[in-house]
Design a protein around this ligand. Structure first.
Ligand code: UD2
Length: 349
């Protein structure tokens, strides 16, 4: 009798375990099918295979390398060099290029650099590329990806050692807003289809711009934003964030850190993928609701960075505008938007 009771108990326990297991599996699979699409899963597996991705977070320095002693008492006092969430804000005199290079050059990294040059914007490519070859990531492996509707118009610019260029043909649009907005989706696909296995970092840059000074590995970080030069001394309520609650880019008055420019997005390929995918999804929702954010993808970018703080912030030295005169706190202009006749270069007003 006692044996029979023990047997029942055993059967009941096993049955219970089986039931719990089934419930767990059903729950897990149904959750996955909602939250984790198959493509996300495949993407995750591909990324985790790249274990070396995480080595970039180690800032290993070379033994015996000599450089100027860093000070804890003397430094820039005219500008803020760290955000309230402790991400560095990169200004001249906040970093030592020789030390930065000693750290990053041992990492054997490749930096993808994407630009879009559609319609009349192909005219900006020559100055962009020639100036990049003088100032941008010198000594590092750089692969430019040029998205254009006119591959034949991509200028022949002599590239330095370890620098390469791929032209990717895409259709243009008769609305400049769509060109600017469409960059998120194109970057998402490029990263997924190609860059994930080929490069370590990526920068997406506006083509109607030129490099005037050093832009190096001090700009590398997990996820990197740039301060928009037009708003670095204004209050958050003056930022041109999207203010309509109907848009996915909505940021109410009274909140916000900085106003970031859409002309520069950078970071580890995995982190930039997360950013562009999130923004693309939000843009799709807005499109379905027939709403376009005030500053297109820049508005969505600002929303993203409000809730996913950048790990490095580039000061306005890294995104100036040629029509602005230099201010005292900007000791060097490194990258700047050239003056353009909007009515003449854009396909629509
Ligand atoms: C701002 C942003 C820009 C983007 C835009 C969104 C800065 C300095 N600039 O500049 O990054 O967020 O607002 O409204 O932060 N393009 C073409 N062909 C065209 C039109 C655009 O290739 O006919 C590409 C090109 O790479 C260009 C980029 O889209 O650099 C942004 O367009 P824009 O420079 O005309 O935008 P803008 O000046 O309003």
């Amino acid at each position: 009798m006692r044996l029979l009771q023990n047997g029942h108990l055993l059967v009941l326990s096993l049955g219970g375990l089986l039931l719990v297991g089934c419930i767990y599996l059903t729950f897990t699979f149904s959750c996955n099918s909602v939250d984790l699409q198959l493509e996300d899963l495949q993407w995750y597996l591909r990324m985790t295979k790249r274990k070396e991705l995480y080595k970039f977070r180690d800032l290993t320095s070379v033994h015996g390398f000599l450089y100027k002693q860093p000070s804890l008492l003397n430094g820039r006092t005219d500008v803020v060099t760290v955000t309230p969430w402790l991400a560095p804000v990169v200004w001249e005199d906040t970093f030592d290029t020789t030390l930065i290079d000693a750290i990053y050059k041992t990492q054997n990294i490749t930096i993808a650099t994407t630009v879009f040059a559609l319609g009349k914007y192909v005219r900006f490519l020559k100055d962009f590329l020639e100036s990049a070859e003088k100032h941008y990531m010198q000594g590092y492996r750089v692969h430019y990806y040029i998205f254009t509707d006119q591959p034949e118009a991509v200028p022949m610019v002599t590239l330095g050692a370890n620098r390469s260029l791929t032209t990717l043909k895409i259709p243009s649009s008769n609305r400049w807003q769509d060109i600017s907005l469409g960059r998120m989706e194109k970057l998402e696909k490029l990263i997924e289809n190609q860059l994930v296995n080929e490069v370590d970092y990526i920068f997406s840059l506006d083509v109607d711009s030129k490099f005037y000074g050093h832009w190096g590995a001090e700009t590398l970080g997990d996820i990197v934003a740039v301060i928009h030069p037009g708003y670095y001394s204004t209050t958050r309520d003056e930022f041109p964030y999207e203010r309509r609650p109907e848009s996915q880019a909505y940021i109410p008055q009274g909140i916000g850190d900085y106003y970031y420019g859409g002309a520069v997005i950078g970071g580890l390929v995995k982190e930039v993928h997360k950013l562009v995918k999130t923004c693309r999804i939000q843009l799709d929702v807005d499109k379905a609701n027939s709403i376009e954010a005030a500053w297109q993808e820049e508005s969505h970018l600002n929303k993203y960075f409000l809730y996913n703080k950048p790990t490095k912030v580039l000061s306005a030295e890294y995104l100036w505008q040629d029509f602005n005169s230099k201010t005292d706190d900007i000791k060097i202009i490194r990258f700047s938007q050239v003056i353009k006749n909007y009515d003449e270069v854009r396909p629509n007003p």
